[in-house]
Structure formats: structure tokens, C-alpha cells
Design a protein around this ligand. Structure first.
Ligand code: A3P
Length: 296
């Protein structure tokens, strides 16, 4: 990542989205959409804190047929499955050999327009937004490119008024979901991955046209569980420079569960969130699991 750590990392509004100064280059913002797409290109799209690095690990393992040793040569998985919007990624993408694997937190209008002509593939991962909010609150404490929150209540307000990188969770999920017919898109949830990682990995393989043996599938799942990813430095982002992540303030791989919001939200905050969720999502047939005890 060519992040410029001398910058102040302020959010710069552009066409309804806030980019991060020093992390994102204004020269890229309106040019990513013109990138030519190969059929083998795969984009993982997430609102931040919805399982991006988990999918990076899964995709790399699928490509490697489950062989974890062959993907351990880098500092972090983001070197192999980069964020397309981060400085330097766009140029690298043009020259990269196939299959090009990328991740992104951008809204659909910034991504290559060719995706809407069913070129390439999109995997969208959504996570229940109460857990996203909590995970993002903790991440803001360790990520130097994000403003350190005053406290949880302050961050709660910022999230609900779209004053965070990624903008409105509702807008992100709804606009991407509305493209599921015009793009080659697999729409999955973080909670499904927690519930049955093996069947999600099989769905991803079938979506990507990858024919793995049972043993290879078992290895993909094994090396992408929370417990095992935590032990793999490039998968857990433990080796990322302290200029970007202050590891003394927390971990990327924090809890990896469903329902931690219950340890943070007050009853009043939860009720207010539910009202907003109901209002925003009433026309969208998307349901989420909010508590680990609700898994079947
Ligand atoms: P928590 O902070 O709730 O633990 P992203 O990669 O989009 O930033 O998302 C980070 C979140 O995904 C963190 O959530 C992290 O712990 C969780 N995560 C990463 N790998 C995971 C895994 N193998 N299993 C479960 N959760 C995982």
C-alpha cells in the first residue's frame, strides 16, 4: 500500500462519498470506473468491518488449493488482494496477471462500469450493522488513518449520521444489493460464514468455477477460521506498520463473533437503531442474525 503517512487522513467528500486523504488519490476516484475488466477478475465488496480480510484469506486459499504455505510470502494479504481504491492499486491492477483479486469499500458507481455488463465477478459480504458499528468503533482506535473516537456514544452518532469512511451502511448495502441481477454477483453474509463456513466456501468455489477436492476444501476452511487466521501474521495484519495500525490499541482480528453489540449498545441505542433499520430496510428482503444464540 502506498499510503502517505505524512497526510492528515481527513475525509474528503467526493460525489456523495468520503475518501481518505493520504490513503486515496483523487486521480483515481473517477478513473477506477473506466478500468477494463477481464472475466477472471474478482472484486470483494464490503462496508468496512464486514469480513473483508476474511474473504481475502478465503480467496487466496481457494486459488492456492488450500495450500497455506504458498501464500505466506507477503507482509499482509492486502499485497495480493489489494483495495482497488488505495493509492497505487489502480495502476498495479492494469498490469497484474490474471486472476486479479481485489477488495473495495466503494459505492458501486465508482467501481468499473463493465461489472454491470456482467464482466468479472463480485462477491458482496454484508454483516449485521450493529456488529459492524462496534467493530468499526474499536478499529478507529487502532487505525491511524481513522479519527480516534471520543467515546462509544460519539462514534454511535457519527456512524448513524454517515460521518465515517464508507458513509451510510444502509446506502452501501442497498445500492450494491440492487445490482445483484445486472452483475455476476454472489451476495453472502458474515453471519452465514460464521454459521457454516464450509458451505459458504463451497458456494464461493462454485461461483468462481473452482473445482477443489474435498481435502483442498477442508484446508481452505481450516486456514480461514478465526482461531487459525489469528496465528497467521499476514492474514491477521499483525505485521502492518505502526504508522498505519497502532497494535497496542487493539487488533484487526478482535472477537470474530455475532452479537458483541450487546456489550456496547444501551437499550435506548438499540431501540433507536432498530427503528432506523426498520425504516431503511423495509423494502429490502434482507435479514440478519443479531445474536450468536440464534444460529441454527
Ligand atoms: P470484530 O471486530 O467484530 O472482531 P474487515 O476485514 O472488513 O475489516 O472486518 C473485520 C472484522 O472481521 C473483525 O470483526 C474481525 O475479527 C472479523 N474477522 C476477520 N477474520 C475472521 C474470521 N476468520 N472469522 C470471524 N471473523 C473474522
Amino acid at each position: 500500500m502506498n499510503v502517505d503517512v505524512t497526510q492528515d487522513f481527513a475525509l474528503i467528500p467526493h460525489k456523495g462519498f468520503g475518501f481518505i486523504r493520504g490513503v486515496h488519490d483523487p486521480d483515481d476516484w473517477d478513473q477506477i470506473c473506466d478500468l477494463e475488466i477481464r472475466d477472471s477478475d474478482v472484486f470483494v465488496i464490503t462496508y468496512p468491518k464486514s469480513g473483508t480480510i476474511w474473504m481475502q484469506q478465503i480467496l487466496l486459499l481457494i486459488e492456492a488449493g488450500g495450500d497455506v504455505t504458498s501464500i505466506s510470502q507477503v507482509e499482509k494479504n492486502g499485497d495480493l488482494v489489494p483495495w482497488i481504491e488505495v493509492k497505487g492499486s489502480r495502476e498495479a491492477f492494469i498490469k497484474a496477471p490474471s486472476p486479479r483479486l481485489s477488495v473495495s469499500h466503494l459505492l458501486s458507481e465508482f467501481l468499473p462500469a463493465a461489472l454491470s455488463r456482467k464482466k468479472g465477478k463480485v462477491i458482496y459480504v454484508a454483516r449485521n450493522p450493529k456488529d459492524v458499528l462496534v467493530s468499526y468503533f474499536h478499529f478507529h482506535k487502532l487505525a491511524n488513518m481513522l479519527e480516534t473516537p471520543k467515546d462509544f456514544d460519539d462514534f454511535f452518532e457519527k456512524f448513524l449520521t454517515d460521518r465515517v469512511f464508507g458513509g451510510s451502511w444502509f446506502k452501501h448495502v442497498k445500492t450494491w444489493y440492487s445490482h445483484r441481477e445486472d452483475m455476476n454477483m454472489l451476495f453472502i453474509t458474515y453471519e452465514e460464514m460464521i454459521q457454516d463456513l464450509s458451505s459458504v466456501v463451497k458456494r464461493i468455489c462454485s461461483f468462481l468455477g473452482k473445482d477443489l477436492t474435498e481435502e483442498q476444501l477442508t484446508n481452505v476452511v481450516k486456514h480461514s477460521t478465526f482461531k487459525n487466521m489469528k496465528k497467521i501474521p499476514q492474514a491477521s495484519y499483525e505485521q502492518v506498520s505502526v504508522d498505519l495500525l497502532n497494535h497496542s490499541k487493539g487488533m484487526f482480528m478482535r472477537k470474530g463473533t455475532i452479537g458483541d453489540w450487546k456489550n456496547h449498545f444501551t437499550v435506548a441505542q438499540s431501540e433507536r437503531f432498530d427503528q432506523i433499520f426498520h425504516r431503511e430496510m423495509q423494502d429490502f428482503p434482507l435479514s440478519f442474525i443479531w445474536d450468536i444464540r440464534d444460529l441454527k
